[in-house]
Design a protein around this ligand. Sequence first.
Ligand SMILES: CCCCC/C=C\C/C=C\C=C\CC(=O)SCCNC(=O)CCNC(=O)[C@H](O)C(C)(C)COP(=O)(O)OP(=O)(O)OC[C@H]1O[C@@H](n2cnc3c(N)ncnc32)[C@H](O)[C@@H]1OP(=O)(O)O
Length: 281
Amino acid sequence: TLSPYGVHQKHGQISNQRRQFSNTYISVEMDDATGVAVMKMKRPPVNSLNLELLTEFAISLEKLEIDRGCRGVILTSAIPKIFSAGLDITEMCGKNADHYGEFWRALQEMWLKLYGSNMVTIAAINGSSPAGGCLLAVSCDYRIMADNKKYTIGLNETQLGIVAPFWFKDIMTDTIGHRATERSLELGMLYSPTDALKIGLVDEVVAEDKVLSTASAVMAQWFAVPDHARQLTKSMMRKPNLDRLVTHREADIKNFVSFISRDSIQKSLQIYMEMLKKKGS
Ligand SMILES: CCCCC/C=C\C/C=C\C=C\CC(=O)SCCNC(=O)CCNC(=O)[C@H](O)C(C)(C)COP(=O)(O)OP(=O)(O)OC[C@H]1O[C@@H](n2cnc3c(N)ncnc32)[C@H](O)[C@@H]1OP(=O)(O)O
């Protein structure tokens, strides 16, 4: 073990086997010949991240992390036109403090596993990806987005009357820079794929039907670098952000619970949910 987050070399096993494991909201297909797992979120209608999905996500990643045959994960969605609608707003509305705390801890856990993964992680963003959906993408090593101007990506929390926590903000800053993050977060901006590419929020925009094949090709390029060197470099780059959340984890939960429990915030979220429902009907 080379880092507190469990850096270790993965050895690809040469075989023609594909293994699959599936939970309620996450399915994983592991290709032993390539060492690549494709992990799909499948929670209709919009892959909103509820407690169960977040828990399954973390467990699936942990399984892959200890699987010596797995060197990389492509994260994508099984739902057409949607990568993820972000956190399930109903998990943050009308529940009690214990529930909010449990939910936030599950989100932190998932993030520590994804952002701290030793595997190569590539987001194949095949649909809209607001807020928590954007967090998933930005936590990966590389982002490929489908070229469809109806899709958007960004941290739009302020539009809901809530605030992106410091660890969302930190990785956004690392990705697009301080000034762009300041503007983007204050205004709760959502970007089209082309605009996301311009500011560096995604690395590539490709035709919808090429998102997965491009992800596989990029994975092969990343695999050409020796695992131990890439993993140590990743760990060195990401350790400060990981340590910051680990150190302030309980305070972050307390902060979230007290913020989200405020009457004014509950009201904002209810209004936003009603607006979403009206738009859909
Ligand atoms: C100072 C201290 C600070 C401390 C920290 C404090 C707080 C931080 C707190 C929270 C951080 C949260 C991050 C988040 O992720 S919040 C979630 C933000 N997400 C969104 O804004 C996305 C909303 N959804 C959409 O924009 C669209 O649904 C989308 C573009 C994804 C898809 O559009 P489409 O037209 O296909 O589908 P819809 O008809 O809109 O939706 C279908 C169905 O799904 C429901 N729904 C959509 N999104 C969510 C969601 N995020 N959670 C729950 N439910 C969702 C929608 O209401 C529809 O339902 P129904 O009408 O079919 O019943």
